[in-house]
Design a protein around this ligand. Structure first.
Ligand code: ZN
Length: 370
């Protein structure tokens, strides 16, 4: 479980924990140890994990390819990642939410290979994928990322370090107080919980920023590991810094948060755009029908996972579009979206991070078109 900063009042603590309990209950619906149907029969995916620590397991998913799949509420790693290991070298994917998370993945790599590590890629700057970089810093491992990632880590998370939690979380608390309905209050509470998690993670570690920027002039970048070639590419949508690792010879892709399987998409980032994200998913859908995806969160999936992620965006856009045409303000539309029964099991990290932000961004895009 995630502990809350001691400076929190008892009231805030209770609000936070009760909400956290709710999201934990939801997260438990995501099957973690049983492989989902679309990959259970995939010969590339080993049935037994290489290692399983509860908060994450590491599984072989191809020739020299491994996926680290996390159980978010248990902390430590929080996001998914993995590693690629050839005859001559290895490449790590993600910095995770804590140094212990990055260290766990490194230990898993060392269970199968002593090959030197070329680098550790952060698929994007978000703290659940980058804060554990401190571990790589102590090991002299290069951290690779989009050129904007280092600046955005510093700009986004330095102000939270040592900040007064009451001041940092005050605006979301105010939204809870000012809520006009129980629905709005519940949405604000879910956001408070999410911001609290971000605040806690940012305060728990020193920041280590990526030291090898992969600019557009370098992409797509081939990484030769010895009998295994990885290709790093950049696609827009989730954070303005999104990179994926593809292994075309084996049809395997590490997507970062451009895919969060079984989740409502997190669109809150200032550089997230719904239209570009949907275009990126369309590109993913155009890849080989046997493509195996390692999402940034949630379980491994094949093309059906991409199809569902696209349907989810279609549904948000359809519901929001009707409200936009009816002249409903964005602020209200954000709270009126109804989760359809077929997405009832989908994880909502917080309303404002996901559905609310997606609707706000769609409104912006539609207003610009007018
Ligand atoms: Zn993210």
């Amino acid at each position: 479980m995630i502990d809350f900063p001691q400076a929190f009042s008892r009231r805030r603590f209770l609000a936070g924990t009760s909400c956290f309990g709710a999201s934990y209950a939801l997260a438990r619906l995501i099957p973690l140890r049983v492989l989902p149907a679309d990959v259970a029969d995939d010969a590339r995916v080993s049935e037994l994990p290489l290692v399983d620590k509860g908060f994450a397991s590491v599984r072989k998913i191809g020739n020299g390819l491994y996926a680290t799949i996390s159980d978010l509420p248990k902390g430590t790693t929080v996001c998914n990642g993995g590693f690629l290991v050839g005859r001559d070298a290895a490449l790590l994917v993600e910095g995770f939410a804590t140094s212990a998370g990055a260290s766990f993945q490194m230990d898993a790599l060392r269970m199968v290979s002593q090959a030197p590590v070329k680098g550790a890629l952060n698929t994007h700057y978000h703290l659940d994928h980058s804060i554990g970089n401190a571990f790589y810093g102590t090991r002299g491992i290069e951290v690779w990322a989009h050129p904007a990632a280092a600046r955005r880590i510093v700009d986004s998370y330095t102000p939270l370090q040592g900040a007064d939690p009451a001041a940092a979380l005050g605006p979301v608390e105010k939204r809870m107080k000012d809520a006009k309905s129980e629905v709005e209050r519940a949405h604000a509470l879910s956001d408070l919980n999410a911001f609290t998690t971000v605040f806690r993670l940012a305060n728990a570690s020193v920041l280590t920023v990526p030291n090898r920027p992969l600019g557009p002039e370098k992409l797509p970048m081939k990484v030769e590991l010895g009998g295994l070639t990885a290709v790093i590419e950049s696609y827009p949508g989730h954070s303005g810094t999104d990179m994926v690792v593809r292994v075309p010879e084996q049809n395997v892709v590490y997507t970062g948060d451009l895919l969060a399987n079984g989740w409502y998409p997190a669109c809150l980032d200032g550089k997230a755009t719904v239209s570009e994200w949907r275009a990126t998913l369309k590109t993913f859908a155009s890849w080989d029908k046997d493509t195996l995806f390692v999402p940034g969160h949630g379980q491994l999936c094949g093309q059906p996972g991409i199809a569902t992620a696209r349907e989810l965006f279609d549904d948000i856009a359809e519901q929001a579009g009707k409200m936009f045409k009816a002249g409903l303000p964005a602020e209200e539309a954000q709270h009126r979206y109804v989760v359809p029964p077929r997405f009832a099991d989908f994880f909502v990290f917080s309303w404002g991070f996901t559905i609310g932000a997606a609707i706000a961004k769609l409104y912006e895009e539609w207003r610009e078109k007018k």
